[in-house]
Design a protein around this ligand. Structure first.
Ligand code: MTE
Ligand code: MO
Length: 554
């Protein structure tokens, strides 16, 4: 077998050129498949694209410690890193498929089918999936199958007719020269079904053939990718327009001006408000398509449109929202002026049935967030928010409607991109994060943070203003105390607040003396309970401990 194959001059020369061509052919097949799938996803549902679907499945399946590691290591880049990683894996898989498909084109088809299956299973098993979510992966796999069937085999023999690339051993004649000394392989190589006969024009024309086919595929892929990108831009622009056309009515019960003495920075600007969610692509919804169903253990299921919501009495409230995964002293907390519809009257109209103790909020992309019914009904301003700091909700923060429950961490009361409220029970249903071990009931813990001086700041001796925020939504903050090194806890002065549901700004005038110092803060909540200094990790119900900052006064 070695002799005839070795007799093909083209193959006797390009030992590096061939694998390169086949690998490239595989890569092109994979890229073409992904591009087509992304285009179809852009036209149907972006969340159903194989990259995003597989990425979301990975996010959901990843054990909590791994997720925490990812967030710790990559911060807000965790999502691009994940998608990039999946892309790299896919590329490696495509190259491998190309290498194998050169001899056995059926392997190319099998590789494409496998690619399509993984994407389709991921898309179809997403919580909010429908049968149409099969389309992106299916069409992508079909295109990849055709390319992976046709292109890699054309790379066989498709090497330069001139000197071999990279001066690769021109005298090594056979593919079988893999064992020591170039012995014949023990098992005969596969029948050479795929390798085309040397064409009349010789290796040069074979190569031209391959290059032509590869160029067509590459060009088609770039065009398809561009079309997908454009379509995404258009849809995003439509969503942005939908948001811009929203005219929020004035609140029937406005929040009024902030009390005199509140310092700048009390409201967190929308663009700076922390964002925490599992969405790999931000759902960009349009108000006209939006519906909210209230169902489950209710006497009268309801379906509301956005305009129905705006016709109800709107309230405006300053509320601090924070994330259970925030570390002591961390950034996952913000305060906004929210405009929305109180949830309690809405649920009462639907008729909450006896025994229902959990409101399960669902979002368009399948998040579930469970909130105790008693919490919604106990008089706090649990609401369906439509406005944030005087604007419609930004897309990142749940446009057009999100839930907010003062006093609960976000994962237990603040569902974004809301589309359904199901009255249920804690026995019957575990929400997304509860299934992953986080506490089912999650009142915020008393916390305080030093915002200045910054950690490791170098200060000059004399008066230094130490300042920050403290929060214990619903209970409020009665006092904040600062400790320098191991000295006595000193009372900080507090700015006024609009309600117990917001953070409190505090400051302490420190007479700094030369040397290295440690500053500590703790708060006392409205019930007189002192914030614990006991360190606890965010998992499973929120971090505790005193925020500490080291500074040098010189
Ligand atoms: N649909 C959806 N809503 C969600 C989440 C999510 O992942 N998906 N994350 C929750 C969590 S953990 C928090 S802390 C808040 C954060 O809200 P923000 O991003 O507007 O600050 O949203 C909550 N609502
Ligand atoms: Mo969160």
């Amino acid at each position: 077998m070695a002799a005839p194959r070795g007799a093909e001059p083209a193959r006797s020369r390009g030992r590096l050129g061939q694998p390169f061509g086949r690998g490239l052919a595989g890569l092109l097949g994979g890229a073409a498949g992904v591009a087509v799938a992304q285009l179809v996803a852009a036209a149907t549902r972006p969340q159903a694209g194989p990259l995003v679907a597989v990425g979301s499945a990975v996010v959901d399946a990843a054990p909590t410690p791994l997720k925490e590691f990812a967030v710790r290591t990559f911060g807000t880049y965790d999502k691009p890193v994940l998608l990039g990683g999946i892309g790299l894996l896919l590329a490696a898989f495509a190259v491998l498929t190309g290498l194998l498909a050169a001899r056995r084109p059926i392997v190319g088809v099998a590789g494409a089918v496998l690619f399509g299956l993984v994407g389709a299973v991921a898309a179809l098993t997403r919580p909010a999936a429908g049968p149409a979510d099969l389309l992106p992966s299916a069409t992508g796999a079909m295109v990849a199958a055709i390319v992976l069937h046709q292109l890699p085999r054309r790379a066989v023999g498709a090497v330069r007719s001139g000197p071999p690339p990279f001066g690769a051993g021109a005298d090594r004649t056979t593919e079988g020269a893999s064992g020591p000394g170039g012995a014949e392989p023990v098992s005969p190589p596969a029948p050479d079904v795929a390798a085309p006969e040397p064409e009349p024009g010789g290796a040069g024309s074979t190569r031209r053939n391959f290059v032509r086919a590869a160029t067509v595929v590459a060009g088609g892929t770039v065009l398809t990718g561009a079309a997908g990108y454009l379509l995404t831009q258009i849809r995003n622009r439509d969503a942005a327009r939908s948001r811009q056309t929203v005219r929020l009515p004035a609140a029937a019960r406005p929040a009024g001006p902030l009390p005199a003495g509140v310092q700048p920075g009390f409201h967190t600007p929308n663009a700076e408000f922390y964002r925490v969610d599992t969405a790999l692509t931000v759902p960009r919804l349009e108000v006209d398509d939006w519906r909210l169903r209230i169902r489950g253990r209710v006497d009268r299921p309801v379906e509301l449109r956005f305009t129905d919501l705006l016709r109800r009495e709107l309230v405006e409230r300053d509320i601090t929202l924070n994330c259970v995964s925030g570390e002591v002293g961390g950034p996952y907390v913000g305060t906004a002026r929210w405009l929305g519809v109180l949830l309690a009257p809405l649920l009462r109209e639907a008729g909450i049935q006896a025994g229902a103790d959990q409101v399960v909020a669902r979002s368009v992309e399948g998040m579930t967030i469970g909130t105790p019914v008693e919490t919604v009904l106990d008089g706090r301003d649990a609401m369906l928010a439509v406005g944030m700091n005087g604007e419609p909700l930004p897309h990142d923060h749940g446009f057009p409607v999100r839930m907010l429950t003062p006093g609960l961490y976000g994962y237990a009361g603040a569902c974004k991109w809301l589309t359904e409220l199901e009255l249920s029970t804690f026995d019957d249903f575990d929400a997304y994060w509860v299934r992953r071990g986080w506490a089912a009931r999650a009142p915020v813990k008393t916390a305080s943070r030093i915002d200045r001086p910054a950690p490791f700041a170098r200060l000059s001796a004399g008066p230094v203003r130490v300042a920050g925020v403290a929060w214990a939504q619903r209970r409020g903050i009665r006092a904040v105390e600062v400790q320098v090194d191991d000295g006595r806890w000193q009372p900080a002065s507090l700015a006024p607040v609009p309600s117990a549901d917001t953070w409190v700004q505090w400051r302490y005038e420190w007479r700094a003396s030369t040397g290295a110092h440690i500053l500590r803060v703790r708060a006392v909540d409205g019930r007189g309970e002192v914030q614990t200094g006991q360190r606890a990790t965010p998992f499973p119900s929120g971090a505790t401990g005193w925020h500490t900052v080291s500074v040098t006064v010189g």
